[in-house]
Design a protein around this ligand. Sequence first.
Ligand code: SF4
Ligand code: SF4
Length: 172
Amino acid sequence: MSGFICKICGACCKGDGSVFLYPEDIHTIADHYSISIQQAVDRYTEYVMLEIIEKTGSYLYIPYLILKKESGTCIFSNENLCEIHRLKPYQCKNTPFVSEFFSDKGWRNYLKKECPGIKNMEEENFFQYLEIGRKSEEAEKKYYYLLRNNSFNLEKILNINLKAPKIITENE
Ligand code: SF4
Ligand code: SF4
């Protein structure tokens, strides 16, 4: 069975797409640099509202902090290597097999063109990574419940102040 081997090309650290952070990711970054949560948020993240159009046609807005980019590349990318490799956010640790990989064929096809680690893999060989996708779906749900229990207020959850969010859509 052929498996995924990351080619350490750095393609997933630049271009389209964002790294969506969970509160645990922010705490890890702040601890690593011995700075406050507010400082970590101000230095390394951007506040966004992810706009999702539901099957019913109604709009849903989910607040997230995403990693900042500089010239289209993640702020932690240094010559295609990750400066916080051991501590990198949940999404980065599990790329490319996060839940959308299995639920969104369009996204999977896009990644097959962009990620040399999966470019030559047969579709049937992706399913050995289904458990990673399932866990990432659970992590998303856990984040959603945390938001719901806190009136979708990230400032309250992280005890920080945020500027007005930018609205983004799913593949930004
Ligand atoms: S694009 Fe794929 S092969 Fe390249 S660094 Fe990211 S996961 Fe690894
Ligand atoms: S945190 Fe590291 S792995 Fe994640 S996008 Fe940035 S440079 Fe890439």
